[in-house]
Structure formats: C-alpha cells, structure tokens
Design a protein around this ligand. Structure first.
Ligand code: BES
Ligand code: MN
Ligand code: ZN
Length: 461
C-alpha cells in the first residue's frame, strides 16, 4: 500500500502536542470555554492521553494529545503512532508542541502506524489522517514511509504470490519506476554465468532460481552496492525445518525486501551515487534434484564449500552475489539478510546486529541508528573464530557443528567473499515484528534502511 496522508488542506483539526510541563502554557493559548473543558476533562498531558475539545455545534475544534515527560517516553520512539491510533476520525495538522526534528519523526511514526496489509482481506484504513506538512523534510518523510511500505508488502506477501518469479517482477517494477537498468540470470544460465551456489540452492523449486541485478545513477558517482537475501521460502531443504521453525519462512526474502525499500528511498531522493542492487532470488525447496548434506560446491569465487546443513542456504546464495558485487570494487557494499536464528537469540527480533571491520563506519551506523529510531547493534567479525568455518574436506563449512556464535560464523563466511570493496557491512535481520508496537504493526518490517539511508547520505557529502 502507499502511505495515507492528506495534501495541504484548509479544513483540518489542529492537534496540540502537550508535554506534561507544557500544559499551563497550552491552556493559556485556548479560549476560556476550551480551557474550562480541558480542566473539567481532567486532562493532565500524560503520554498518549487525548482530549477532544468541541465547538458549540458539537464538531471538533481542537485536540490536545499528551506527550508526557522524558521518563514516560522512555526508550520508546514513535509515540505519535499511539496518539494517531486513538484520535477520532478526521484530518489533523500538528499545530504546536514539537520541534522540527520531532515533527519529522512524529510524521513518520504516524504514517508507519497507518500501514495495513490488505491484499487478501479488507481492512479499515486508519481513521485519523495526517495533513501536510509533516516537518522539515515533508517529501522525505513520505519517501521513507513509501520505502518501508514496499519492504513490508514484499515480506507480508506469502510465497504462493511471492516466489522467485514474482520477486523478480517486483524488482523489475521498481527499476522501471526509476528508469534503472535491470537484468536477471535465470535457471541453468546461472551455471553458464558462474553463479553455481545460487543455482544449487534454488534448483529444487518449480520456480527457477535467479540473480536479479539493477543499476542506477551516474557511473562517475560513488559506487554503492546493496545485496539482499531473496530466499522466497526456506523449508530448510533436505535438512528440513520442523513445522514450528518453518512457520514464518515466507519472510526469508526479508533482506531482498529491505534492499529494495532502501533502493526506493535512494532513487526517489535522487542521491548522487551509482547504485547497484543484487538479489539472489530462490526457494530453498525439496525434490530429487535438491542439493544435499556433504555435497561440495565450488563457488563463483573458486572457494569450495562443504554443505553440512542445507538449511544454511542464505550464506551460499549471498556468497556468489557478494563475490559478483565485489568484482567491481564498490566504494560501499551493504549486505542484508535474514541469515541466522542465532542473531535473533542474541539480540531479539527488533535489533539487527551489524558487522563491519571499519570502526569509523561502525560509529556512523550506530549514530544513524539512534537518530533515525532504527535499532542496530554491532557484533564482531571475530577473527579468531575463522577456524570454525574451515572443514577438512573443502575451503569452507557452511554450517559449523554445534552452532556456537552462529551469527558471527555466518558473517565470517560472507566476509571471505569480499576483498575489494572499500567498505563492507553485513546486517543480519529478523524482518518481522512479532508483537505490534507503536508505528510497527505485526508482520513484515523494514529494518536498518532508514539508518543506512542516513549513512549513505553521509558518505557522499
Ligand atoms: N533463514 C534462516 C535463519 C532464520 C531463522 C532467520 C529464523 C530468522 C528466523 C536460515 O536460512 C537458517 O536456517 N539458518 C540456520 C543456520 C544453521 C543451520 C547453521 C539457523 O540459524 O539455524
Ligand atoms: Mn535456512
Ligand atoms: Zn534462510
């Protein structure tokens, strides 16, 4: 869906955002009757408390919404989404009570909270709509919401409507919208074009595996390449997942969905970069032709990989895509993937870990994460664990026994395929909100892309 908002309009309801210590001041701005109404209602400006002030004819004159104090706002962000959800139907403009950057975040929270995935069943749209302008970067808030909605839609769509073919169609649509060059290498062509591990993982599915490639922007600008894991469904392969673990695996293309959401933002903003997006789009399925435990695969880069678990498939398809990306020595290479259960065990669903060897970049990412309310936390490429991914039979082991430090060993595996990129970061995300939070409805979620957008903007100026 696209974000639901109201273009600049004359008829709208003024919304005052009132912090606990700003109540007196707000009351002074109201007429006597309105003031008496607020006092009689017992409104104290607690966080997300609302007070609807009527006109004499019974329609709404003004709404006050509590912003509480710093303590009650706590670590949470996007409180505006909770307020929006409580407001009576109508079109609102934020009249007072927030500074410019708070308005930006509030506008974004409002839009993100209005998301509905209604492809298969009708859902009532959000009743309270936000009227432009939302803050300093009006267009930017919209673009951020659009990119996030694209990501959520792609993840939420079940595999019967979002297999490798449909993911390719969505990828091509995105490219067309921004006049990017796009191509895909499909089925046995993957072998001819030397993407053997993308082929091996995806060949058991009825829908052919493929490598999607989009290029946009001026060749002379900094080269930034995004690689996203596009496993449209992860059964685990012959090492089949138990039912409970398979339940959410339509979201295993969450990395692809996130790089596409980020690409949307970058292209819509017209950033001065040369963008490339690579997505290995496959289904990790089961058939007589499936790849097996103990197979040894030769990767694009030439490194051999012993398969010790067909369920560690993400790193295989990403390894070939990363190697391909790395061949043109990009200035910045970003990998996004729902790669390991271990990342979620370590940090939970809402905080994706990121891995980079570049301390300056890590600091920029941490700062951008905070500024954009887009949680991320650094984990190390722990060099001393390199031995864990080296079996006897081949150069690399895709699933070290025991599974200790699973998110780190997966990250180390990927790093082996990146040599030339000037800067590299890998993000291991959950891509899903299991329990709804303000601005984050249950379901597919955009993670890290607002933070990474800010980081990328920082690299070019
Ligand atoms: N897609 C899964 C990882 C995953 C599972 C992400 C659950 C989010 C939630 C990945 O392909 C996988 O199955 N990884 C295995 C690797 C193991 C076999 C080495 C895992 O994490 O258990
Ligand atoms: Mn898997
Ligand atoms: Zn997977």
């Amino acid at each position: 869906m696209t974000p639901n908002f109201v273009p600049r309009a004359d008829t709208n309801i003024p919304l005052y955002i009132v912090a606990s210590d700003g109540l007196e001041n707000t009351l002074e701005q109201l007429d006597l009757v309105a003031r008496a109404w607020v006092v009689a209602s017992g409104f104290t400006a607690k966080l997300a408390e609302t007070c609807v002030i009527p006109k004499p004819d019974g329609t709404i004159q003004t709404v006050l919404a509590g912003w509480g104090d710093e303590k009650s706002r706590g670590h949470g962000r996007f409180h505006m989404a909770s307020i929006a959800a409580k407001l009576p139907a109508g079109d609102y403009r934020i009249e007072a009570g927030l500074n410019q950057s708070e308005r930006h975040e509030a506008g974004l929270a409002w839009l993100l909270g209005s998301y509905r995935f209604d492809r298969y069943t009708k859902k009532p749209a959000a009743k309270a709509r936000l009227v432009e302008p939302f803050g300093v970067g009006n267009a930017r808030v919209l673009i951020e919401a659009e990119g996030s909605f694209l990501t959520r839609d792609l993840i939420n769509t079940p595999t019967n409507d979002m297999g490798p073919e449909q993911l390719e169609a969505a990828f091509f649509d995105l490219a067309k919208k921004f006049k990017a060059k796009v191509s895909s290498i499909v089925g046995d062509d993957l072998l001819r074009e030397n993407l053997p591990m993308v082929h091996a993982v995806g060949r058991a599915s009825d829908q052919k595996p493929r490598l999607l490639d989009m290029i946009w922007g001026d060749e002379t600008h900094p080269k930034i390449t995004l690689v996203g894991k596009g496993v449209c469904f992860d059964t685990g392969g012959l090492n089949i997942k138990p039912g409970a673990s398979m339940g959410l695996m339509k979201k295993d293309m969450g990395g692809a969905a996130n790089v596409m959401g980020l690409a949307h933002m970058i292209m819509a903003l017209g950033l001065k970069i040369r963008l490339r997006v690579l997505v290995p789009a496959v289904e990790n399925s089961i058939s007589a032709g499936a790849f097996r435990p103990q197979d040894v695969l030769t990767s694009r880069k030439g490194l051999t990989v012993e398969i010790n678990n067909t369920d560690a498939e993400g790193r295989l398809v990403l390894a070939d895509a990363l190697a391909m990306a790395d061949e043109e020595s990009p200035d910045f290479l970003v990998c996004m993937a729902t790669l390991t259960g271990a990342a979620r065990v370590a940090l939970g669903p809402d905080v994706p870990p990121f891995f980079t060897d570049d301390n300056a970049l890590a600091h920029k990412i941490a700062a951008a994460s905070k500024a954009t309310a887009d949680p991320l936390w650094r984990l190390p490429f722990w060099d001393a664990y390199e031995g864990m991914i080296e079996p006897d039979m081949a150069d690399l082991d895709n699933a070290p026994a025991g599974g200790m430090a699973g998110a780190i060993t997966a990250a180390l595996f990927l790093r082996r395929f990146v040599e030339n990129a000037v800067q590299f970061v890998h993000l291991d995300m959950y891509g899903w909100t299991p329990i709804a939070k303000p601005g984050r409805p249950k379901g597919g979620e955009a993670q890290s892309i607002r933070a990474m957008l800010q980081v990328i903007e920082g690299l070019i100026d």
